[in-house]
Design a protein around this ligand. Sequence first.
Ligand SMILES: CC(=O)SCCNC(=O)CCNC(=O)[C@H](O)C(C)(C)COP(=O)(O)OP(=O)(O)OC[C@H]1O[C@@H](n2cnc3c(N)ncnc32)[C@H](O)[C@@H]1OP(=O)(O)O
Length: 528
Amino acid sequence: MKVGVLQIDQHFLNLSSQSISTLLSWCDPVTRFAPQRLFVFLRANEAPPRVTTSLFEGICKVYNQAFRHNPDLDVRVCLANLKPASFNQAIERRVVTADVVFRDDQARLDPMFQIRPSAHVSGLVVTNGMLHELIDAKDQQRAPEEDWASYDNVVIGGTFDHLHAGHKLLLSNAILRCNRKLTIGLTVQEMLKKKRLADLIQPIEERHRVLHEFCTAVDPSLEYNIVPISDPFGPSIVDPDLEAIVASEETLDGANAVNLERHKKNLRPLRVHTFPVNDVVVVESDIGENSGLRTISSSWCRHRLLGRVLKPPMRQVYLIGLTGGTGSGKSRIGSYLAAKPGVLVIDCDKIAHEAYRKGTTLHGRLIEEYGKEIVDTESGEIARKALGTIVFSSPVAREKLNRLVWPEVMKYCLSKIEEAAPEVAVIDAALLLEAGWGSSLNEIWVVFVPEDEAVNRIMERDEISEEYARARIRSQMSNRDRINQANIAFCSSWAFDVTNAQVDRAWTELRQRLSRGRGQDLLSLHPD
Ligand SMILES: CC(=O)SCCNC(=O)CCNC(=O)[C@H](O)C(C)(C)COP(=O)(O)OP(=O)(O)OC[C@H]1O[C@@H](n2cnc3c(N)ncnc32)[C@H](O)[C@@H]1OP(=O)(O)O
């Protein structure tokens, strides 16, 4: 995820909604930065902070304008540095890793958060006072600077589906009022069946994860107690330690109902704090029944999802099969390619060896097939030299071994590629074409040397006879047959530099091919 940081000093309170929109347009998807998440730091001086009504109004302006401007941008206004309670705690300076930083040269660095450029940073934009120029003197009519009451234990509740600006304001309001523990009642799925487009409501595990991630990102100093609730009250009517409840104006009745229930149970009443959230009109909402939805809500977010990408399609990994006869230098080329950015190389010989380690099912199957003489008496592992002598001299024995080992190797390759999700995966396999894997790959790269040279190399490397070396070579496909199926061929007959130059050429041309097609990412992420 591309992360941006926008750092504005305390003068942000004087920014008009229009100016905030201008700031946010720097993050638009059409810009070269286009972050998907934006951390906003609204204070950058060393003086102890104060939480006031106008501070919260400033935060409202940021969230509401951001949502209006681009609902897909995940904005997070950092709060720990705005509250005396968190600021005074000796918490570690939190690191935010950013791909792009928008910072006014007049703003000082934040004392609580440390902004660190990511590996793919696209720019540190210092705006030479531009943020200050945006401050609109006419837009300074604000509520009086009232200090806010704060409490050790605060409670809120909700569904928190597709976390939007309204939720973020509720959470921010509660976090700003809380010094120690924030309890959040999270509605379970069964209570939501009657909601519009209920099938699109995120599962509770996902809503829980997003909530927790958001809260700990904006104020890591609090304890967050997120409790699933299957009635309208949850912990708010049982926890005697709670002191205050925060609700939007629309849900004030719910908060009052909580106090009625607490009264019945002889629990002290909660201080009720409300704020208006739904005063922002969102424009794009004309899908069928949705035409009635004009303000920020989860229903609006769910309607907006219709016909859009729910989760990004799995990135397609570009698959290259690297193959070549024994002694051709294939493994060296595999290692050379592994150092290229965004590449995962899987050495299938090594995977095959791992597949029949002692304790695996395959270990037992090989002993059943070839007898105890293939077992190393000391270690109990398969003695590969002994197994090799059998299979390289008998096509039938070899065929059986291949049928047992190849599916295991393939299974490993697929899981490794899924786990690592590289830009390009190189499957380095001697018998790739014999195994019929070629048709599932994007390209086939073949390494070859003349047979006599391969014989000399493996005689020396493996200390084997010429006869055995030739038997191993002939157990495989010929160079000619491999090259007939290859997209690219390398010959490793000369110095390493000469081979490397061939691989570099193939790599450069691959990047050009990918950038013409779907591979823009590869070029932009790895400009070298
Ligand atoms: C689809 C694939 O290509 S999967 C990768 C290839 N591996 C297999 O097919 C698994 C079966 N092979 C094996 O288990 C082992 O290679 C054994 C037991 C036969 C021999 O083990 P070892 O003596 O340690 O030799 P090693 O595994 O290093 O293989 C020696 C060479 O024979 C090749 N080779 C491996 N298996 C076979 C086979 N079934 N038929 C022909 N050649 C093979 C290897 O790729 C290697 O080539 P290289 O000289 O370019 O490195």
